[in-house]
Write a protein that binds this ligand. Sequence first.
Ligand code: FPP
Length: 244
Amino acid sequence: MPAELPIPAEKMPRHVAIIMDGNGRWARRRGLPRTMGHRQGVLVLRPLIETSCEWGIPYLTLYAFSSENWARPKEEVGALMGLIEEFFFREVEELKARGARIRILGELSRLPERARGFVERAVEMTKDNERLQLNLALNYGGRAELARAARLLAEEVQAGKRTPDSIDEKALEEHLYTAGLPDVDLLIRTAGEKRTSNFLPFQTAYAEFVSLPCFWPDFGPEEYAQALREYASRQRRFGTLEAK
Ligand code: FPP
């Protein structure tokens, strides 16, 4: 039986990106350590991925760890790395079976070796899947991504592989971690925050931004559906006068 869609299929965004915020506040409200909020936040991922597959959303990008998050207390960073390891270890078979392909956005080399190993294994194991492209931003920063793309292009010019005048928006896009993926249509942030915090600045240029009041561990299919309904109610004009 086809899954019931919260909005008509033709209005469904192709690419949804999420800033998962409010784990710490969720935990504090319950008198729990912050890391329990992160642990609970990981549990939300499986239903989110399942729902994205069922609703026919082909690209999902999650901000799991920013390049600024290293500045958090050592114990919290350690706990997050542990959760990342656990997630990739425990969920990879399920993701593979669901048809999800994992891609990493960010500089993996700074991750502890064990975590990096699990992440690389998951990328390799799911590389032939096509139903859902699941992008996880790990040690990711949007400005650093743009600087990296500029550096790569400069190296190509220096090596005589291209000329400066060949550097246009498309060339830049091709040197981002997201090369080849469609632009983000819908950017969701939880915990009521209305900032984009250095997340995908190039890719979200024309994205619709939806801020939800719930903390990330409380984000379920109903909250997801609410964000999609809000998205579907917007008129997207991409700088023109006509709704697209
Ligand atoms: C923001 O909450 C959340 C994060 C910094 C990390 C998000 C990470 C996860 C959900 C788990 C790891 C992900 C994977 C893919 C295994 P916050 O701590 O900033 O919350 P607060 O603003 O309430 O303090």
